[in-house]
Write a protein that binds this ligand. Structure first.
Ligand SMILES: Nc1nc2c(c(=O)[nH]1)N[C@H]1C(S)=C(S)[C@@H](COP(=O)(O)O)O[C@H]1N2
Ligand SMILES: [Mo]
Length: 435
């Protein structure tokens, strides 16, 4: 645990060096200033398939540290493999990290607290109240954590008997955090060692140096897994037999049963596992709640959908009759994590007013994981008069390749995490002449 800041690192405990120039404040909704927590306005969120870096949500449990990249050190502790002849603790510089084979992955990053506002409507929850804008889809570039660990002495072959014992990679960050001595967490070692999982120590985001807000000089990228494990300003990675004891692993990102609340949560934390993969999610970004739409005119609904663990989104559906019948939306996105496809998608207007989004490219080879979100549109040619000056409720839901879909209503949990109930917007349909 860090008590004094490392050489070349300033903790900025008074928030004296926040990177204001990295933030497009007009696209963001600020939830807390210190720490800086901001989500993206829904209409801005889907303006391009790859999220603009300055418009990316920002989720922090402390101040943004200032780190001099030439002094940056990643400490790797290989735990009980330290008896194999390799030294147990090894220090790796940024230059060394950049010498490993470079890997690019396009992946969605979603906070487990995305849509916590829906939980807070049921009963007060403990956490920043977010709407549906704590998600992004970016290209991440860096070294495979697997490659670094193999060169430090961890067996490369997952069939090695070493993997008969489950181990964890305990992650710690530079900088301060509000609930513990530093920000930390863990992921299963075998997850990070599986090359198909694309776990990266990333130093570039969308083709540019990693911004300070997002982890400069290095952050972990764990596609398909809740944002909490994507540790920014990565300081240490240790192989251990137990999960991280850090607050953010043990007491934060868990789904407690509804009977657990502020007064009795202590006895429940131990009973439930820390969250890892996120669940299937789908959000209507436009039109937004309360908007007015014109009768007899076309109306296009737009949004995003994403599934955890590398599962593809198979289907997005829209209901205009309270969930009795469902209509299929058009999906747009890349099927795997191919960097070639990425380059053709950057800054492309994927949600034009007309419904001209191309269908998804054909499925990729089996075994390839699906880390990106899908954007979708659904157009009705004529808003029916039957809505008759009244409100119409539009409901969306997605299905992933494992047949997972979304519940109609949310089940409350104390931390308000992983709310993926069907997204609903109420719109007012009026005669066009009234608009
Ligand atoms: N060091 C550090 N890493 C962190 C956090 C943090 O507060 N400190 N927040 C985590 C959470 S909860 C999320 S959702 C993501 C958010 O990443 P972003 O700010 O780049 O959007 O970073 C994760 N990594
Ligand atoms: Mo998060």
């Amino acid at each position: 645990m860090p008590s004094i800041p490392a050489k070349g690192v300033k903790d900025n405990s008074n928030y004296e060096d926040e990177p204001h120039d990295e933030r497009n404040y007009s696209d963001l909704i600020i939830r807390t200033q210190k720490p800086f927590n901001a989500e993206v306005k829904l209409d801005k969120l889907i303006k391009s398939y790859v999220t603009d870096t300055k418009t990316h949500f920002k989720r922090n449990h402390g101040a943004i540290p200032t780190i001099e990249s030439d002094k940056y050190q990643l400490e790797v502790d290989i735990g009980d493999m330290g008896t194999s002849g390799k030294s147990r603790k090894q220090i790796i510089s940024l230059e060394q990290i950049k010498n490993y084979p470079k890997v690019k992955v396009v992946a969605a990053l979603q906070c487990a607290g995305n849509r916590r506002d829906g939980q807070a409507k049921v009963k007060p929850v403990n956490g920043v109240i977010w709407a549906a804008g704590t998600i992004s889809n970016s290209q991440w570039e860096g070294a495979r954590l697997r490659d670094i660990l193999v060169s430090c002495g961890i067996p490369a072959d997952l069939s090695n008997e070493y993997y008969a014992v489950p181990r964890h990679l305990v992650l710690e960050a530079y900088g301060l955090a509000s609930d513990d001595e530093c920000y930390g967490g863990s992921i299963p070692l075998a997850w990070a060692m599986d090359p198909r999982n694309d776990v990266l120590v990333a130093y570039n985001m969308n083709g540019q140096t990693m911004p300070r807000d997002h982890g400069y000089p290095c952050r972990l990228v764990v596609p398909g897994v809740i944002g909490a494990r994507w540790v920014k300003w990565l300081r240490q990675v240790s192989v251990e037999l137990e999960e991280s004891s850090n607050y953010y692993q043990q007491r934060d990102y868990k789904i407690l049963p509804p009977q657990a609340g502020k007064s009795n949560c202590d006895k429940y934390w131990k009973l439930f596992p820390a969250l890892h993969e996120f669940n299937v999610q789908c959000v209507i970004c436009s039109p937004q709640e309360g908007s007015v739409i014109a009768q007899n005119k076309p109306c296009t609904f737009k949004g995003y959908a994403v599934a955890g663990g590398g599962r593809p989104i198979d289907r997005v559906e829209i209901s205009l009759d309270g969930g009795k019948t469902w209509n299929m939306a058009k999906l747009f996105g890349i099927s795997g994590s191919s960097p070639e496809l990425y380059s053709s998608l950057v800054n492309r207007d994927v949600c034009p007013e007309s419904n001209t989004i191309p269908d998804s490219p054909s499925p990729v080879e089996s075994g390839q994981k699906h880390w990106s979100w899908k954007l979708w549109t659904y157009t009705i040619d004529k808003v029916p008069v039957v809505f008759n000056n009244g409100t119409v409720e539009v409901i969306s839901r997605a299905w992933d390749s494992s047949g997972n879909t979304q519940p109609m209503t949310t089940t409350w949990n104390y931390r308000g995490v992983m709310n993926n109930s069907c997204f609903k917007v109420s719109l007012k349909a009026t005669p066009s002449s009234n608009l």
